[in-house]
Design a protein around this ligand. Structure first.
Ligand code: NAD
Length: 498
């Protein structure tokens, strides 16, 4: 069977009835309430999931705490923890095709991205952290002949991971990998818009031998995240999502037990194209592919294109031509590059932002508002808005949809000033063959993730996170271990010997 036939055959299967995963068992909400999981492809109900609330969070947290206190997971020999986490990655890999199809159906991600990015990077991340388990050493310092000082890295206890819908498996793995490998018990709150893949990953974790209380999943709306964030027995909240929720989480921490909070929030990343870019065609290609991947629903999407005056017309011409070739429709069809956006209300919010920018004088160089896809779905094509005022709402606010703003600049200093002129600081890119420009930009851009001449994808080896209102704390890499562990000093005085 060819790939397309395989995808279509899997997508025909009904989605099994959904459950939360509490204490190693498939659980209903204590209230018995359920909510629909709707596919943005055509608005059909895929299944129903428990609509959990604070009482369900209480049960999961109590189990997580008990597991931690019994050291079922934290006390397991690191080699064994490694074996189970790597096994978990292998089980996900064995179901990668099914999971990618499920992700496409649940949140509308184009299949190729679901398979090649969301699921593939989730597998790599879990394996990478699993393999780290027996390679994390504590430290020892000899202060003098009579005092030996040890520095232990200790897990925090119970971690609450609150996830967004835009790349649930990959972003979930960025949090679960380091939180689990350091020995914590984790309670996951997936987004109500896209929970299905994380739920299956949770079942596979149990199958791989991760203890029932070390990884639990509580489904439901923001109320579940709120209950986790206010819980006095949760030691850390790791979050990816909107700034509004991020602020609420910090309040909740301050008003409860001062739990640690890490926030990966939105962005308005600038993509600076200098006239001396080494390959303008590649720059145009990446500008379009990166911007419109996942329908622009990527926190790091290069949504402000800053083009040096002189090449502006030619470069914008190239990106418009490339954007026009992107095909929109059912994300399960391999011929399509873009699927639907997550919901009807999100589509409407994006359209309003385009209309507002148009009304205030920006040029709609490419208008995706009439794009069509399967009936009942929420489709929107690539939209390119030129002559955007860098201070305008379109250039300042995150759209989280397929809308690119084009801004011209004269000197690199101007480009950097414009790039830094938002409250965000997540990503930035620069295209230039001049090393002076590249290093100058890298040192002055206020962003956590800077790509030069194409850069690289979301690799687990490099930390990820933002400056300013894009949040704080870093997912991925060894640095993420610091989020989920703390240091403990033990100074041992010995008797002096001649
Ligand atoms: P959101 O903040 O609405 O929801 C994220 C999660 O928080 C969901 O699980 C939701 O149920 C939960 N939640 C909602 N209200 C809550 C509350 N009061 N307390 C606790 N939890 C609550 O964000 P979203 O719409 O899912 O995601 C889109 C946003 O996420 C965009 O702004 C995007 O830029 C950002 N994002 C950031 C990154 C990053 O790494 N920086 C990555 C992906 C998405």
């Amino acid at each position: 069977m060819d790939k397309q036939a395989q995808i279509s055959a899997i997508a025909e299967r009904p989605v099994a009835r959904g459950f939360a995963l509490i204490g190693g068992r498939r659980a209903e909400a204590l209230s018995g309430r359920r909510r629909a999981a709707v596919s943005p492809i055509d608005g059909t109900v895929l299944t129903e999931l428990p609509d959990c609330a604070a009482e369900d969070v209480d049960s999961a947290v109590a189990i997580a705490r008990a597991t931690f206190e019994k050291r079922e997971w934290a006390g397991m020999p690191p080699k064994e923890r490694k074996r189970r986490m790597v096994r978990w990655a292998e089980l996900i890999a064995a179901e990668a095709l099914e999971l990618a199809v499920l992700e496409s159906r649940d949140m509308g991600m184009p299949f190729a991205m679901a398979e090649g990015l969301d699921i593939a990077f989730a597998i790599d991340t879990i394996r990478w952290y699993g393999e780290l388990a027996d390679k994390i050493y504590d430290e020892m310092i000899s202060l003098d002949d009579t005092v030996t000082a040890l520095i232990f890295r200790a897990p925090l206890g119970v971690v609450g991971a609150i996830l967004p819908w835009n790349a649930p498996a990959m972003i979930g793995a960025w949090k679960l990998g380091p939180a689990l490998v350091t020995g914590n018990s984790v309670v996951v709150k997936p987004s109500e818009e896209a929970s299905l893949v994380m739920l299956r990953m949770g079942e596979l974790a149990l199958e791989a031998g991760i203890p029932a209380g070390a990884l639990q999943i509580v489904t439901g709306a923001g109320e579940v995240g709120k209950a986790l964030s206010e819980h006095r027995d949760v030691d850390c909240i790791t979050f990816t999502g909107s700034g509004v929720t991020g602020r609420a989480l910090m309040h909740a921490s301050a008003n409860s037990n001062l739990k640690r909070v890490s926030l990966e929030l939105g962005g308005k990343s600038a993509n600076i194209v200098m006239a001396d870019a080494p390959d303008l065609d590649m720059a145009a290609d990446v500008a379009v592919r990166f911007m419109f991947s996942n329908q622009g629903q990527v926190c790091e999407a290069p949504s402000r294109l800053l083009v040096q005056r002189g090449i502006e017309d030619e470069f914008v011409g190239r990106i418009v031509e490339k954007a026009k070739t992107l095909r929109i429709g059912n994300p399960l069809d391999l011929a399509n590059d873009l699927g639907p956006v997550i919901s009807g209300s999100h589509r409407q919010a994006i359209v309003s932002k385009i209309e507002r920018a148009h009304a205030s004088g920006a040029a709609l160089t490419l208008d995706g508002r009439n794009a069509e896809g399967p009936a009942g779905g929420y489709y929107l094509g690539p939209t390119i808005v030129s002559r955007v005022d860098p201070a305008s709402a379109l250039a300042q606010e995150e759209v989280f949809g397929p809308v690119l703003s084009v801004i011209a600049f004269d000197r690199i200093e101007d480009a950097i000033a414009i790039a830094n002129q938002t409250r965000y600081g997540l990503g930035a890119s620069i295209w230039s063959a001049n090393l002076d420009n590249v290093f100058y930009a890298a040192s002055r851009l206020v962003a956590g993730n800077i790509n030069v001449n194409g850069g690289t994808g979301p690799v687990v080896e490099m930390p990820f996170g933002g400056f300013k209102e894009s949040g704080f704390g870093r997912d991925r890499s060894m640095h993420a271990l610091d989020l989920y562990s703390d240091l403990k000093n033990v100074a041992i005085r010995r008797s002096a010997r001649p």
